[in-house]
Write a protein that binds this ligand. Structure first.
Ligand code: C2E
Ligand code: CA
Ligand code: CA
Length: 763
């Protein structure tokens, strides 16, 4: 065992050694008292002044030592430097060595000089006894042990030798092993203590680290004994469960502790039964991991591990952000982000869930609501206003349908409602009608009130016949019917609709064939000067004579072609044919062609027109293009560019059906339009209703102000024509009053007559 030198040991251990020197007061004071009394008695026996001086010296050393002991007690030791500790060691050493030196010299004097038997016996005994206490008291200082044993033993050994007694010399020799063993014992004690101190220190460090790890880990932790009492709890656990002071929880029952926490954090103030049960399952090992919801703001995921001795470690983590994120994702997947209503898929899921709960003879109602003219709201007011309108509609829908219905947003401007719980089909139909009526009305769109109507399709069906994959087709068919027959109504599904739908699909196929095989043909409706003197232009109108169904109205097949995306093929056909026909018309009579919204979405139309003109040789000035207001709101930039290009080539642009759309006069000014064709709805009642006439005149005046020419459409009677002429409402008149649409050859005849008439007049 190696003796620890103060240089080798760490400062704190050195301090603890030096502190040990200043401890053990009883043995020290007992020793000092023994020394004083012994030397007093020896002096009394020998009356030798040497022992009186020794006595005085003992008292002084004793005072010195007491003084430094008291000083040491009051010193602030925790900040001692190594040097300061060494100073204290030396202070101790001075007192200790002075004492042993006095004892050693006293004994030597008794042996060699006084040669008094009692003095010899008393001094040597006291000295050797004190040597024993050196081990117990001074193990902390190597120096103290060495100096004290040496100063005590050396004078004695010297005196034994001095008396030249061989027995004494042997005894003196025996003091050497005594001296050595004393040193060894002291060193042994010091080493043992040193190791202990280090071990304790390592343990404290380990505890510190463990504590730090425990209290800085992001998880909450409870270690419970077999009877559910808390052995260990960390800071995070206290924080997450609002348990207050960590120290106070040791040895408490977990249930009671959680109830205490419950008072601070749980909504209803008592630990909900579910949490209680699940925790018990974790503790007893039935569950190894589970998530517990403590409140809307606190979700904790617990995992438990059990040891064979019944100790359970519960680790839990705050997973609230994760749960919230998952919920958000789920919400995003299930709900329409704009209106917050279930989307199509989730709506389907909700229906399936509800179906499970309904009796087999239950009646179900499905309803789709489609906002009429929603596109125009978007076009006119912008998409943000459109979005707000949809939100407003969703909100009203929630109020109107009641809690027992499921509602959703199918797409765009279509909402869907699932109803159940009615006793009869009649009741369910009434409810559907009521919802349709209640939804109609004024909505706030960008601060202004807009009247909104809905087209609806509905289906009432017993649960037994309900098919998830069919309901939507059926409701859509009903909606289609409502939209195309009478907008703003709600049509119930009827079996014939299926047939009509199939029929419509067939018609589409046939239309495609007709377009591909040039089976359409054109007729031309002349536009006359208001006095009827001359035809300036003829409008090309398409006709489709179906082999079995007869004439199909252009409004129908043009709409179909638009739906199918083939309307531009029709336009190209019309432009080509019209140019070819018109080039034969004498007198420079113009031809006018209708363009569809789809035609103005791409610049292809420019190529089509150029080609037709080049192929026929018709002067561009003789070609007029009619567009509707809806063309202008779609992609104003593109449309404007296309129209400008066409106009720059020499063509005239006419705005058709003016007054039927949503648009105002404001954009007429900025767009490349030359002619406005006022819709026949303006003309219809002008003879009977003076306000209608005023409206027509007002519109005409405003249009003229903008420098545009006016064609009035749909003039059917002479009375109407008279009024129009009286107020100079038209530059051209188109209508049955002069002519219906006629064949190209007839137009050619009119053109020929006109030029001849003109020639006759000139001649
Ligand atoms: P539109 O461009 O307004 O054409 C005028 C329509 O009004 C024609 O019906 C014409 O026959 C009708 N009409 C003319 N005068 C009178 C009248 O005095 N009283 C009444 N009640 N009606 C009159 P049509 O030929 O049935 O065409 C209907 C619509 O179909 C056209 O309206 C046009 O929008 C569309 N259309 C016709 N042909 C084509 C085409 O080739 N391409 C495109 N894109 N659309 C076409
Ligand atoms: Ca037209
Ligand atoms: Ca028109």
């Amino acid at each position: 065992m190696k003796a620890q030198s103060p240089i080798a040991v760490p400062t704190d251990v050195y301090l603890s050694f030096v502190t040990s020197l200043f401890g053990n007061r009883q043995t020290l004071f007992a020793g000092m008292a023994t020394h004083i009394i012994t030397y007093a008695v020896v002096y009394a026996k020998t009356v030798d002044a040497f022992y009186l001086w020794s006595l005085a010296a003992f008292i002084i050393v004793c005072a010195y030592r007491i003084y430094w002991f008291l000083e040491f007690d009051s010193a602030e030791k925790s900040y001692f430097s190594r040097e300061e500790i060494a100073v204290w060691e030396n202070r101790y050493l001075v007192g200790g060595v002075a004492t042993t030196a006095l004892l050693g010299v006293g004994s030597a004097y008794a042996i060699a000089v006084a040669q008094d038997q009692f003095a010899m016996f008393a001094c040597v005994t006291v000295t050797l006894a004190s040597m024993v206490s050196v081990v117990g008291r001074n193990y902390g200082s190597n120096k103290a042990v060495n100096f004290q044993t040496l100063t005590a033993c050396l004078p004695m050994m010297l005196s034994f030798v001095l008396v030249k007694d061989p027995y004494m010399a042997v005894f003196a020799g025996l003091l050497v092993p005594f001296l050595m063993t004393t040193r060894l014992m002291a060193n042994g004690v010091r080493d043992f203590l040193y190791k202990n101190v280090l071990a304790k220190r390592a343990m404290a460090e380990l505890v510190d680290r463990f504590d730090m790890a425990l209290n800085t880990m992001p998880h909450g932790l409870f270690m419970l004994d077999a009877s559910n009492r808390i052995l260990v709890v960390n800071r995070k656990a206290c924080e997450l469960l609002h348990l207050g002071d960590q120290e106070r929880l040791k040895d408490c029952d977990l249930d009671i502790v959680l109830r205490y926490g419950a008072r601070h954090s749980f909504i209803d103030g008592s630990l909900p039964a579910l949490i209680h049960r699940q925790l018990a399952q974790l503790v007893d090992g039935t569950l190894s991991r589970t998530m517990l919801q403590f409140s809307e703001d606190l979700f904790l995921e617990f995992s438990a591990s059990r040891r064979p001795d019944g100790v359970v470690v519960l680790i839990f983590e705050d997973v609230t952000p994760r749960v919230r994120a998952e919920r958000r994702v789920l919400h995003m997947v299930r709900y329409d982000p704009l209106t917050g209503l279930p989307n199509r898929e989730y709506f389907g899921d909700l229906i399936l869930e509800q179906l499970d709960e309904l009796p087999s003879d239950a009646l179900l109602g499905m309803m789709v609501l489609d906002v009429d003219e929603f596109k125009h709201v978007n076009d006119m007011k912008g998409h943000i206003a459109g979005d707000r309108l949809l939100c407003g509609i969703a909100e009203r829908l929630r109020d109107v349908v009641g809690d027992d219905a499921i509602i959703g947003r199918l797409m765009g401007d279509q909402f869907v409602i699932f109803l159940s719980g009615a006793q009869s089909a009649e009741e369910l139909n009434d409810r559907i009608r009521q919802i349709h009526t209640d939804m109609r009305g004024h909505y706030d769109v960008d601060g202004s009130q807009m009247r909104i109507t809905f087209s609806g399709g509905s289906l009432v069906i017993p649960k037994g016949q309900f098919r998830m994959e069919e309901w939507q087709i059926k409701v859509d068919l009903a909606l289609f019917e409502a939209k195309y027959r009478l907008r703003g109504t709600c049509a119930p599904f009827e079996q014939e609709m299926d047939a009509r739908y199939i029929d419509q699909q067939r018609l589409k196929v046939e239309l495609r064939d007709a377009v591909e095989n040039d089976a359409l043909h054109l007729v031309y409706q002349p536009m006359y000067r208001p006095d009827g003197s001359m035809v300036e232009c003829c409008e090309a109108l398409s006709r489709w004579i179906h082999p079995t169904r007869g004439a199909i109205p252009p409004t129908n097949f043009i709409a179909l072609a638009e739906e199918m995306g083939i309307v531009s093929d029709i336009t190209a056909f019309v432009i080509r044919r019209a140019c070819r026909d018109a080039v034969l018309w004498e007198g420079g009579m113009a031809v006018s062609v209708n363009l569809s919204v789809h035609d103005l979405r791409s610049e292809d139309i420019i190529g089509v027109v150029k080609e037709a003109l080049a192929e026929s040789g018709l002067a561009p000035e003789r070609l007029r293009l009619e567009i509707t207001e809806s063309c202008l709101v779609e992609e104003p930039g593109t449309v404007e560019n296309i129209l400008l290009t066409l106009r720059n080539m020499g063509m005239t642009i006419a705005l058709d059906d003016f007054g039927t759309g949503f648009s105002s006069l404001s954009y007429l000014d900025s767009l490349p339009v030359d002619v406005v064709k006022i819709d026949r709805s303006f003309v219809r009642n002008i003879c009977e209703d003076s306000r209608r006439l005023k409206l027509l005149r007002g519109t005409v005046n405003l249009t003229r102000e903008l420098g545009l020419k006016i064609t009035v459409e749909g003039v059917e009677t002479w009375e109407q024509l008279d009024l129009i002429n009286r107020y100079y409402c038209a530059d051209l008149v188109q209508g049955y009053v002069f002519s219906t649409a006629i064949a190209a050859g007839e137009v050619a005849a009119i053109a020929r007559n006109q030029t001849r008439g003109l020639a006759a007049k000139v001649n």
